[in-house]
Design a protein around this ligand. Sequence first.
Ligand SMILES: Nc1nc2c(ncn2[C@@H]2O[C@H](COP(=O)(O)OP(=O)(O)OP(=O)(O)O)[C@@H](O)[C@H]2O)c(=O)[nH]1
Ligand SMILES: [Mg+2]
Length: 305
Amino acid sequence: MRAGFIGMVGLPNSGKSTLVNALVGEKVAIVSSKPQTTRKRVLGILNKTGLKNSGLDGADAQFVFVDAPGKIQDQKGLNAFLKQEYASVLLESDILIAVLNVDAPKFTYLEAIVNEVKDTGKPWLAVITKDDLPHPHRTVRLRSLVAECGVPCIAVSATRRAEQMKELLLPLIEEKLPQSPAKLFDDEQFTDQSERDIVAELVREKCFQTLHDELPFGLATKVMDYKRKQDRVYAAVDIVVVKKSHMPIVIGKGGQSLKRIGVLAREEASRLLGAPVDLKTFVKCQEGWVSDPLRWKEYGYVSRV
Ligand SMILES: Nc1nc2c(ncn2[C@@H]2O[C@H](COP(=O)(O)OP(=O)(O)OP(=O)(O)O)[C@@H](O)[C@H]2O)c(=O)[nH]1
Ligand SMILES: [Mg+2]
């Protein structure tokens, strides 16, 4: 059989997490319109067995998609961690997908992604994302850039049918996957994240989606208490901000904003965990945590290199 790690390499906000979620068919990674939503590497696991109309046949295969932060230049604060996570995907994956978003600020940024992926010498292919947006010239230029490298290139859109995209992409990925004597993960596992990680990330996603631009960069979440009892989940989650002045913004007028974050996170966590979730959220301040690598660990940002 074939099995291996498929690393997603692209700019921040290029649609890497959206793509992994669509390919796996589960919410593996959180998504928002803010750049640098993904902070640490997460795995999304897809088994060929059980896939309907996948366009795949023959021996079994396991696809382990590696979602990670996008390519950033800045080294300040937590960005140093994000940069390491980005680099580790290039190093540790068996094959790579260059995720090229048509709405990137500059074409040269996309060329840099292609060059970086190509220079690893690993098998790779390209996916053009956000193809529904009006940038037809970008799509044409990207296609010819990738064609020069002699690798496949598929243009996709999150607004188009995910099944169709899987049919196109999975066979191309499968033929590049290495042979493996066995699966790398159990059949029923769709991610490497624990239930606690999933809840913490969902609360962070709802904060990113609900709050204004200045907040997310210094916002982290941490599960302080977690129990599964008689098929109910009880979770207490701290929402930690970097400045005291951010606390009332997260809470909102009359607690409206925090309430909305809680409701949205609870609904989605209940669906993903397959049990009703009682969720309590607490807003706290940890002055300057983003500049303190010891504190990063507290919020799960643990360096692996
Ligand atoms: N129009 C359009 N928007 C998309 C598409 N794919 C993703 N998006 C949006 O682009 C934004 C970023 O998507 P993500 O999947 O979080 O991107 P990412 O590359 O994981 O971003 P980071 O984790 O911040 O590096 C979100 O608002 C998505 O809804 C697409 O095909 N079309
Ligand atoms: Mg992401």
